[in-house]
Ligand binder design. Structure first.
Ligand code: ADP
Ligand code: ZN
Length: 554
């Protein structure tokens, strides 16, 4: 028995079979139904609407947020002999007229449009005159205000259902937590449509997160030792950092290109083309470089700092290994990133609710970084998917985390926050704990606090590690505007010593010589014998001094 869809799949696309849920989705649309498709990047979403659009009578209309994304798809389809077109502001007036004419003549099989273009009166007036095969709404998470990539013009797409209730609508996205999915379904009137949810696990991506020591050097080592000659993307938090890092990498002999929205358009386009067509280049970019980067052989995505959310992290790392071959998602971070992002988020224009949401997202991202179990399990859990076994392709699976009993250190760390008035950053707190009489410490009289120098037996690295993990667990929070740490409600039992707490032992790697492959691992100066509960020779009186009586009573 020959399935007509399989024949088109082979004849037009040259594929021997469907992948994952593609077949069911194609069937659903061929039967005239609607669908919500959640599939990871590289899963093969485009085929889900391209194939039914070819097989159904009329024109398939694809809503896509970016011109570059449309152009890529259109040129791929044209190479396969399909009459696909895109209509966007980059076309000349004449070229736009020609597209309208083809559409009206029924000569266009797949039409790619940005939402605002689709909703323009002239386009709506054109579409009512022709037969429509389906509507595909790509990057559908853009319709969700809850999502991280909201585009207001997507909201008006509800008009599709009102005007063309019987034309199949398929919404597709590669990133969506449960709330975002529900919002997509509601806004695009797909409440009755089946959801086709693929596993979001990317088996070929290895997740590796490291703590910042000298971020640039760490990156360079990663590039030289593990990724020499490979194509990859390095994400930075700001344009300035992109420029600086690019220049530095070039000096170090890395074939690096820069991309951010502040660059001259011609240069930006040239760099993008060089990267997409070339091999072995490193693209240093802000997140402006991304959506629609359909380069199959990106071997790594590196983050020089914390992304704002797990959604963003998942989407950005998802650009690695679209060809299914092994790839690495590498991230270097420290507490400074968290403070910086909190500062950026404290934007006077953003509402409280929006702010809270953003902080919540960042918190989840940080918790992911400080995960003790398996990264993939944590990622998938965030998207509502349970993975029962360890993934085997993350740093934590390969080398399980060792923990230590940090109960006493945690009390001291929290106490330092409290005693200094809950408005200082980690650097200052660590100085107080380690008994460093820096100028700010002296000026504020913090060298006379009972907590001063009480943490001397422990390295500064270790104290930073303690604060980072406390922040990740929500025991301390960043004060509004990113100025310093505050205690959170959750820390009470820890302060009272009612709860023991295990933290991860951070490890650092150093090489015997720069550029040398031999690696030494060492941990960051934990208190001696910290595997057993930490015992420090503290007389009772002293320990009472750094406990938090006011909170204990409250
Ligand atoms: P997504 O949009 O989900 O990120 P794409 O639609 O770009 O993914 O597809 C990813 C890759 O998988 C593309 O190179 C595409 O040609 C390929 N692909 C999709 N479906 C199949 C299939 N059934 N068989 C083989 N390759 C496929
Ligand atoms: Zn794992």
């Amino acid at each position: 028995m020959s399935d007509p869809a399989l024949r088109v799949l082979a004849d037009v696309f040259g594929y021997g079979g469907f992948r994952g849920q593609q077949r069911s989705i194609v069937q659903q649309l061929l039967q005239g139904g609607h669908a919500l498709v959640l599939m990871p990047t590289g899963g093969g979403k485009s085929l889900c609407y391209q194939l039914p659009a070819l097989m159904r009578p009329g024109t398939g209309v694809v809503v896509s947020p970016l011109i570059s994304l449309m152009q890529d798809q259109v040129s791929q389809l044209q190479q396969r002999g399909i009459r696909a077109m895109a209509l966007h502001s980059g076309l000349s007036f004449e070229a736009q007229q020609a597209v309208y004419a083809s559409v009206l003549a029924g000569e266009c099989k797949l039409l790619y449009l940005a939402p605002e273009r689709l909703l323009a009166p002239r386009m709506l007036a054109t579409l009512v005159q022709i037969q429509l095969a389906l509507f595909a709404i790509d990057e559908a998470h853009c319709v969700a205000q809850w999502g991280h990539d909201f585009r207001p013009e997507y909201l008006r797409l509800s008009v599709l259902c009102e005007r063309w209730p019987t034309v199949p609508r398929v919404a597709l996205t590669a990133t969506a937590d449960l709330r975002t999915r529900r919002e997509i379904a509601a806004r695009l009137q797909l409440q009755q449509a089946p959801w086709f949810v693929s596993s979001f696990e990317r088996h070929n991506i290895f997740y590796q997160l490291v703590h910042k020591r000298q971020a640039r050097r760490q990156l360079l080592q990663f590039l030289r030792d593990e990724q020499a000659g490979q194509s990859g993307i390095v994400y930075c938090l700001s344009r300035r950092r992109v420029d600086e890092l690019t220049a530095w990498l070039q000096e170090e002999g890395v074939d690096a290109l820069a991309y951010h929205a502040g660059l001259d358009t011609a240069l930006r386009t040239r760099n993008q083309e060089l990267f997409l067509e070339g091999s072995g280049q490193v693209m240093v970019a802000t997140t402006a470089f991304g959506m629609g980067v359909d380069k199959p052989d990106v071997r790594f995505v590196a983050h020089m700092g914390l992304p704002r959310s797990i959604e963003a992290y998942y989407q950005e790392t998802g650009r690695a290994g679209r060809d299914g071959l092994p790839a690495t998602a590498w991230l270097v971070y420290d507490l400074q990133d968290v403070m910086l992002l909190h500062q950026l988020m404290a934007h006077p224009d953003s509402s409280d609710q929006m702010c809270q949401r953003e902080h919540g997202r960042l918190g989840a991202m940080l918790a992911f970084c400080e995960e003790l179990g398996c990264r993939t399990q944590a990622l998938l859990r965030y998207f509502g998917e349970e993975l029962n076994q360890q993934c085997g392709h993350c740093d934590l699976c390969v080398e399980p985390v060792r923990t230590w009993d940090a109960t006493d250190c945690v009390r001291k760390a929290l106490s330092a926050v409290y005693r200094t008035g809950q408005s200082y950053g980690v650097g200052h707190l660590v100085n107080v704990l380690c008994g460093r009489s820096t100028k700010p410490v002296k000026e504020r009289g913090h060298d006379r606090l009972p907590i001063f120098a009480l943490g001397r037996g422990v390295s500064a690295d270790c104290w930073r590690s303690v604060y980072r993990q406390l922040l990740a667990r929500g025991c301390v929070v960043v004060a509004p505007g990113g100025r310093g740490l505050r205690l959170a409600e959750q820390c009470r039992p820890l302060l009272r010593g009612e709860l023991r707490i295990e933290l991860r032992r951070d490890q650092y790697e150093t090489r015997s010589r720069p550029g040398h492959r031999e690696v030494f691992r060492h941990e960051c100066g934990f208190p001696d014998g910290c595997q057993a509960p930490v015992r420090e020779a503290l007389p009772r009186r002293e320990s009472a001094e750094w406990s938090l009586l006011p909170l204990e009573r409250g």
